[in-house]
Design a protein around this ligand. Sequence first.
Ligand SMILES: Cc1ncc(COP(=O)(O)O)c(C=O)c1O
Length: 399
Amino acid sequence: MVQSIVDTKFAVSNTQAYESGVVPRRGETVMVAGEGCWMIDSEGQRYLDLTSSQGVAMLGYGHPVLTEAIQEQAGRMHACPNFFHNDTRAEFLSRLNSVTPDHLTRAFLGNSGAESIDGAIKFARLATGRTGIVAARNSFHGRTIGALSITWNPRYRRKFEPLLPDVSHVQFNNVDQLDEAVGDGTAAVVLEVVQAEGGVHVGSAEFLAAAQQLCRERGAMLVVDEVQTGFGRTGSWFGFQHFDLEPDIVALAKGLGGGFPMGAVVYTDEIQESLFSGAHGSTFGGNPLACAAGIAALGVYEDGLIEQAERAGRRLWEALEAAIGSRRVVREIRGKGLLIGVDLRTKAVPFLKTLMEEHKVLALPAGSTVLRLLPPLTISNEEIEMAVEAIAATLPDSV
Ligand SMILES: Cc1ncc(COP(=O)(O)O)c(C=O)c1O
């Protein structure tokens, strides 16, 4: 029985997980269940999950509100084509509308982060009649051909070239480079306000404000990629709210459905006017099951989880600073809310392996030297203490 699960896992497994060292190469661990902030393998071993399954299980695993909503909807209607109105979809859209800024009145529903980015690129092209995209070095926007074209890491991109034309990458937080790159052929500037996978780099207020101003002056769309930073991850509903930005387009996924696969592009009325019939679409996008999960997740976020995430983020940060902040091996601890990077003076992957194998704690890499922590927003004080103790026991005092 377990053998067949392992075979399936190899067949469908995400190669990135092997590269990153999160899953040991022997591939022996088979995760079969989750409970709160814990994952449980086929041997009954429990792991404290500081990854939220790559940032999606924001409510942890088995949250009763999410589980019940999915079960109820599955029993009633799990699919409904987009050419019919659907009650669950309508309710979800209205809830999403109520938590996003007032000027973002439109939403396209898809299934993943990369798909949201692809939609954002298409909408920006139509709205401006231009093709250029300016993104940032160290950005990560996904792996479909469109999203990959603006993702920075050349290792992910090189073998798929030629990709989309007219894409340039400026140094993150470098206003001069941005000023030079945004011109009259620029359809969009696409940015994460906290670069996650690229190394947990927080955008500077000056850089992000300049991005907005340059877009306004030069007729380009400001697209914020909130796929990883949305829904409380950084301690506010959306990361761009820390910087008082008013993006034209926001790409969402991960936490949107509390871990149920779904994505969305939210955008303005003005952009809607430039879309033609058939400009974009998705068979599965906006399916009732995902929308039911989305309604449930939004309800839990609204019920105080965002504030709880902000408090937990501060606590985790302070505990890390106290336990390991002065160690020589730690170059810097940075991030926002519950998206925290511990930048090391050495490679991160060996420590991730030790954390998992010896301490049963799961974390992610970000770039080559950063341990990335993005636990479920429901993480308790006790779990934060356990996590920090394990990290402190794993990292050496010196390099
Ligand atoms: C900021 C950001 N954008 C886009 C994506 C792509 O999302 P997905 O893997 O759902 O396609 C990710 C995934 O990690 C991400 O972190």
